[in-house]
Design a protein. Structure first.
Length: 276
């Protein structure tokens, strides 16, 4: 179990030289000013609406870039059910009904997808204050809906199918299914009993609009770095048009020597944090 827990918090592990800084960054080269937001999949609508600088940056943008603009519902629901679902007790399935969106068939999610969704739900339950905990509209969906309502151009940096493949092939790579099922059961049991965990540093820091960055370190984690290398081409294309862009990707993608902030700086952009 300890090994599983260590793997789960891998993306939240930080170098001892990490420095706290803003989750919102201004990107400048020439006249156009764009913004880069590091998102957190546990937070939603209320967090964004409570941060005027983020909303203003989104409102002023001509183009919005998100990780995805498709839902995964149709992809998941087209699958055959997985056998491991039969190993879950009725009480565990009841908890999953809270964790998984009602449009998605729980039995057709992979064990890795269920672990991610359950961990996010448990993080939200354990780490967020009351006003943020009640959100059902998550950050990416809110940003996309806002941008479309304002008639802005909205682009996805990768197809949803690509994201799903990364989760399946890279997340908890090499971990046996029996161990993942045991971890899922443990988390579902904790949620059903109202137990909270104490691994809240990242979410508590995010609550005040900050993240721990380690720009002096190279990250070797394909689920982050391979996607960065793919996304940056589209980001460069949009910024080269001198349009005001709002780019929202997971905060981990901004970090490290091979993260998006460093890549933009290497390309000649001035990237500076915005106080929230």
């Amino acid at each position: 179990m300890k090994k599983i827990i260590v793997l789960f918090i891998l993306l939240a592990s930080f170098n001892v030289a990490a420095q706290e800084n803003s989750i919102l960054w201004k990107v400048e080269r020439g006249k156009a000013v764009s913004y880069l937001l590091g998102t957190n999949h546990v937070f939603g609508k209320t967090f964004l609406e409570n941060n005027n600088a983020i909303i203003k940056a989104l409102k002023d943008a001509d183009v919005v870039l998100l990780e995805n603009i498709e839902t995964k519902d149709s992809i998941v629901n087209a699958r055959q059910p997985f056998a491991y679902v039969n190993s879950l007790a009725p009480a565990e399935k009841t908890v999953l009904e809270k964790v998984v969106d009602k449009n998605v068939d729980v039995s057709k999610l992979t064990i890795r997808e269920l672990l991610l969704l359950t961990q996010n739900y448990w993080d939200k339950f354990s780490c967020l204050n009351k006003k943020y905990k009640q959100d059902v509209l998550m950050m990416d969906t809110y940003i996309q809906n806002y941008a479309l309502a304002q008639k802005k151009q909205v682009f996805g940096l990768e197809p949803m199918a690509t994201t799903i493949d990364f989760v399946q092939n890279e997340y908890l790579k090499g971990v046996e299914e029996t161990k993942m099922i045991a971890s899922l059961k443990y988390k579902l049991d904790a949620i059903s009993k109202g137990q909270i965990h104490n691994n809240c540093e990242m979410d508590q820091l995010y609550t005040i609009g900050k993240f721990k960055f380690t720009f002096d370190t190279i990250l070797d984690l394909p689920i982050v770095t391979t996607r960065n290398n793919s996304w940056i081409t589209k980001i460069y294309e949009v910024l080269a048009d001198n349009k005001k862009a709002f780019i929202a990707v997971g905060a981990a993608h901004l970090d490290y020597k091979n993260g998006i902030i460093a890549m933009l700086q290497q390309r000649g952009y001035t990237v500076t944090p915005v106080a929230l």
